[in-house]
Design a protein around this ligand. Structure first.
Ligand code: 5GP
Ligand code: MG
Length: 194
């Protein structure tokens, strides 16, 4: 296997190489989609008769949001925020800044934040503070992935797709230095990786 290749290759054995590092298949696309259908069902039951606004956190949440809302037979509004959390490519620092705000007025609305992954929880803390200032009617958090062992702040996650170990993952929206977002499944860096 050529580990020095920079581009995305698929060697045998359910691994991919992204930016020269080998990642192993962790959650396959069927498992992701089965879980998304369950989450969509739970949200539809909880928000029956309401018109919630999904606020997707860019960039990582875009694929999850797109698949989720297509499983939902209810009216909903879609908006986006973008936050940047600084750190090296594989570790978040907890320092968060807002790069793009929502475009609509969310005061008096039922807001559901859609995250790709919750790691330290600093992003959730930052978004909670930001959104609560606008007086939503309610605020809930939905995340595809959660690393409970890395979460340092007390965050309330209302809907969680999968709890995962504290290892670096890519695919299905999540990147490694901007690559790998378009992988249809979730891949994980093996334990011996850096
Ligand atoms: P937080 O530490 O604030 O909970 O998460 C900050 C951000 O770090 C996440 O939204 C995500 O962009 C990034 N992040 C955390 N863990 C991982 C991971 O395993 N893989 C990738 N690609 N990004 C991660
Ligand atoms: Mg994110």
């Amino acid at each position: 296997m050529d580990r020095n290749k920079d581009n995305l290759v698929s060697p045998p054995g359910n691994t991919v190489v992204v930016n020269g590092e080998v990642f192993e298949l962790f959650i396959d696309r069927e498992t992701i989609h089965r879980r998304i259908r369950e989450l969509a069902g739970a949200i539809m039951a909880d928000y029956s008769g309401r018109f919630p606004v999904f606020v997707c956190v860019l960039k990582g949440g875009f694929i999850f949001l797109a698949d989720l809302v297509r499983e939902m037979d209810m009216d909903c509004e879609i908006d986006f925020i973008r936050i940047a959390s600084y750190g090296d490519a594989k570790q978040s620092s907890g320092l968060v800044t807002l790069e793009k705000d929502v475009s609509g007025d969310i005061s008096g609305r039922h807001v559901i934040i859609v995250e790709d992954i919750v790691d330290t929880g600093r992003s959730v803390e930052f978004i909670t503070e930001l959104i609560m200032k606008r007086n939503p009617l309610s605020l809930k958090f939905l995340t595809l992935l959660h690393k409970p062992e890395s979460t340092e702040v007390d965050v309330r996650l209302d809907y969680v797709g999968f709890k995962i170990p504290s290892r670096f993952v890519i695919g299905y929206g999540l990147d490694y230095a901007q690559k790998g977002r378009n992988l249809p499944a979730i891949y994980i860096l093996p334990r011996n990786g850096t």
